[in-house]
Design a protein around this ligand. Structure first.
Ligand code: GDP
Length: 369
């Protein structure tokens, strides 16, 4: 019987089941032969976005086989996936088609499934409320049903969001805070959050949610305020433009670095029991502070370059007091963010300066958001 060095008995490849946590240590038998130990397989629905691509890189570094699901043709050029394209497998499927999800689950036999498929830019959800509900709400049910049909031992991660707390009466929010979403995105995400819990309770599925607060990286699209500001600060410092239009400068968010947050996603699925976790920095900063830090990093005064455009102010749809208490994640997952607010802003601005310098990215006139 093969034994793990310093660990308990290992399932052999023949009796390994999806859902088993297979250690990455190498086992050998009494004669020192190393058997073929299967690595864990992860299926990432919505792999081509910021979170999907960063999570893929993390899982590859942890020895996983990574399989991704995209809506478009698999031959599309996915910029975020370029550095790892040769190391991952892509399948085309639609979260609104349970049949296509059953097919991809049957073909890939994953141990872990991460559902990151959803539009993520909140104002867009007012323009496309039905589409948002289909993808961010109903799509989760289709995926949970497909998992139940193909293999109920699969571990499932749902990308939940701080938007589910909306007009929260509790500050900061925890896993127990009542949901009070106000945007179509938040309402759809609340459905996704609750249906994940409901399948865990009713069918005993290993289905967990990470309630992630704003998490940013150089892979964020330019319509998010973080990238809008870092890109503008970089472009202005290089003499490529002179000003940027912003909305509510007093709006506050709990911002973190996406690389830290995808690590939390992975840790969520390594727990013995499925559960929900708030993932947040625990502090808020205003858009004004963000602009000041970004422009200061390139030696500029933000007040010389930022103009407020009233059409960008969200009014009643603006969220206030959205800040997370990640104590449970700290205690149970051993998770805490490694990059703080200042570090995040500098990382974003440095990346935009480098991109613009190397002319990888044209300077564009940002559409009003
Ligand atoms: P969200 O929290 O997911 O909606 O992330 P965003 O990056 O889109 O917005 C974060 C905050 O920045 C919100 O409170 C916005 O009202 C505020 N904000 C202020 N000016 C702008 C702007 O020009 N663009 C965007 N996207 N947000 C802005």
């Amino acid at each position: 019987m093969p034994r793990l060095q310093g660990q308990a008995l290992l399932r052999t490849p023949s009796n390994a089941r999806r859902g088993d946590v297979l250690p990455h240590a190498v086992a050998s038998d009494d004669r020192g032969n190393v058997p073929c130990v299967p690595s864990k397989r992860a299926l990432i629905i919505g792999i081509s976005g910021q979170d999907g691509s960063l999570l893929s890189e993390l899982l590859l570094s942890e020895g996983y086989e990574v399989i991704g699901v995209v809506r478009q043709s698999t031959s599309t050029r996915f910029e975020n996936l370029e550095p790892i394209r040769a190391r991952i497998e892509l399948h085309q499927a639609d979260v609104l088609s349970e049949v296509s999800l059953v097919d991809v689950l049957s073909a890939s036999e994953p141990h872990e499934v991460y559902n990151l498929a959803s539009p993520s830019f909140v104002p867009m959800s007012w323009k496309q409320p039905v589409l948002t509900a289909e993808f961010a709400a109903v799509g989760v049910t289709a995926l949970l049903e497909a998992i139940r049909r193909v293999d109920d031992g699969v571990r499932f991660y749902q990308a939940s969001s701080s938007e589910i707390f909306g007009e929260s009466r509790e500050v900061p929010q925890t896993e127990e805070t009542p949901l009070a979403p106000v945007t179509p995105y938040g309402v759809a995400k609340a459905y996704g959050h609750l249906i994940t819990r409901s399948y865990r309770r009713q069918y005993g599925l290993y289905a967990s949610s990470g309630i992630l607060y704003n998490h940013e990286s150089p892979r964020r699209p330019l319509d998010f305020v973080t990238r809008k500001i870092s890109h503008a600060a970089a472009a202005i410092s290089l003499g490529l433009k002179s000003e940027v239009l912003l909305g509510n400068l007093d709006a506050r968010r709990d911002w973190g670095y996406a690389g830290d947050y995808v690590r939390a996603m992975w840790l969520v699925l390594q727990q013995d029991e499925a559960d929900d976790f708030v993932i947040a920095s625990g502090e808020t900063h205003s858009v004004r502070e963000l602009a000041a830090a970004a422009f200061a990093h390139v030696g500029l005064d933000w007040e010389d370059h930022v103009r407020v455009d009233d059409t960008l102010i969200r009014g009643k749809a603006e969220l206030h007091d959205i800040v997370g208490d990640a104590s449970k994640a700290r205690e149970q997952l051993g998770w805490s963010p490694r990059v703080d607010f200042e570090g995040l802003v500098q990382l974003l601005v440095d990346a935009d300066v480098e991109r613009l310098r190397s002319r990888l990215e044209p300077v564009e006139t940002l559409a009003d958001i």
